[in-house]
Design a protein around this ligand. Structure first.
Ligand SMILES: Cc1ncc(COP(=O)(O)O)c(C=O)c1O
Length: 397
């Protein structure tokens, strides 16, 4: 039986007070071009660094009626199958080296971390990257995962010697549990989201994690200085990834891309926040049972929300059938296009783009987004087959 697609979108028409505008300016100021260059220099100092591929799906673009579709394949990031390590590795080095003029891996290792256990909550990729970072720095890691976690996602983190606990709680509750655990056991809480309750000091690590993600765009700009996407589609869980890239775009004079935030309909806290229009973030509570595990977060990061409230043009909420389509398109390209292995949270933007451009039912969204033959679309495939069994089930069944 064909699953009915569900795509809902809302234009950014959010009201903001002067206080909100000031908060937006403040956080955007943390994403200057100089910071992104510093972050990339740090990543280059890590063992095994290489630029991830930027793939031109020229035949697909021609088929569905846009000028170009470029895809940054983050499954190739340090052989870790997702982009996440860009954030956790930079955040730990920054924590160790503080305001040193240069942040380099070797300097951070030599100085050493004053805390021996890294603690975090994850729905998969962040925890995996953090366990890897702990190994790089010869530290241990304690990772909390939500109810319903696919066993393979927990096992792959355990294989990196992390102590993994799959809890009875959802992702956002796991974040609170991990924070408390770190406080009462002397661990370092390295979380990829900032909470309302965080102190300014506690917000530093999630901020460095976001800054770490800007390497994705910095690499693109360095290798293709003339490339300027008209549309960029960004997946949102807690919004740190989308917020970081949106901040980068806002602060780069040459980039004028329209930003589309994309979420699963079971965890569409940014979509709901935009729909409410009052400038305050909304949350989704309870179990969030989407196959887009990495995006199943119900509480927007308080650092990402002001950026997206300012910079995103649209917020879109999608059913799982949309990302399954994206996974299949990436895995079965048109002749001449490159095959990309993209997981559930990586492929939703492709599924969305294809559906909007080919299904007459969504003609209104296509028009609203201004997607046409002149559009240069940038997608980030943020993960590969991080759940290999699920990956095949999703593209075969
Ligand atoms: C593969 C993948 N894509 C996108 C995201 C979204 O990132 P964020 O939670 O910062 O919004 C995640 C988060 O874990 C992820 O794992």
């Amino acid at each position: 039986m064909k699953m009915e697609d569900e795509i809902r979108f809302v234009r950014n028409n959010i009201f903001r007070t002067d206080e909100m505008l000031a908060a937006e300016n403040k956080i955007l100021g943390e994403f200057s071009p100089e910071v992104s260059e510093e972050v990339l220099d740090y990543h280059k100092s890590l063992p095994g660094y290489s630029v991830t591929p930027l793939i031109n799906l020229a035949n697909l673009a021609r088929r569905i009626g846009v000028d170009s579709i470029m895809v940054k394949d983050e499954s190739k990031r340090f052989q870790l199958n997702a982009f996440k390590v860009l954030g956790s590795s930079f955040a730990l080095a920054k924590y160790i080296l503080g305001d040193s003029e240069t942040i380099r891996y070797q300097d951070a290792v030599e100085k050493g971390c004053n805390i021996s256990t890294l603690v975090s909550a994850t729905d998969g990729n962040h925890g995996y990257s953090l366990a890897h970072v702990a190994n790089l720095y010869q530290l241990s890691s304690k990772i909390f995962m939500p109810k319903g976690t696919v066993p393979e996602r927990a096992e792959r983190i355990r294989r990196l010697r992390a102590d993994v606990e799959v809890t009875e709680y959802n992702y956002d509750q796991c974040v609170e549990i991990a924070k408390l655990f770190a406080e009462s056991n002397g661990g370092l809480f390295v979380q990829d989201t900032a909470l309302e309750s965080d102190t300014e000091m506690e917000k530093r690590i999630p901020l460095s994690i976001m800054q770490g993600y800007t390497t994705i765009l910095q690499e693109i700009i360095n290798s293709c200085p003339d490339y300027s996407p008209s549309h960029i589609f960004l997946q949102c869980g807690v919004g740190s990834f989308a917020g970081a890239l949106a901040a980068y775009i806002s602060n780069n004079e040459r980039l004028h891309s329209k930003i589309v935030c994309v979420e699963p309909n079971k965890a569409d806290c940014f979509f709901l926040s935009a729909q409410k229009k009052d400038g305050f973030p909304s949350s989704v509570l309870g179990d969030m049972d989407s196959i887009m595990a990495g995006l199943c977060c119900g509480v927007p990061s308080v650092q990402a929300w002001p950026i997206l409230r300012r910079s995103a043009s649209w917020f879109v909420s999608c059913s799982d059938s949309v990302t399954r389509r994206g996974m299949r398109i990436f895995a079965n390209p048109l002749p001449g296009d490159t095959r990309i292995v993209s997981g559930e949270s990586g492929a939703v933007t492709m599924g969305l783009l294809y559906t909007i451009l080919t299904d007459k039912k969504y003609e209104n969204i296509k028009t609203e987004l201004g997607l046409d033959i002149n559009s240069r679309v940038l997608l980030i495939s943020t993960e590969g087959d991080t759940d290999p069994f699920g990956f095949h089930a999703n593209i075969w069944e």
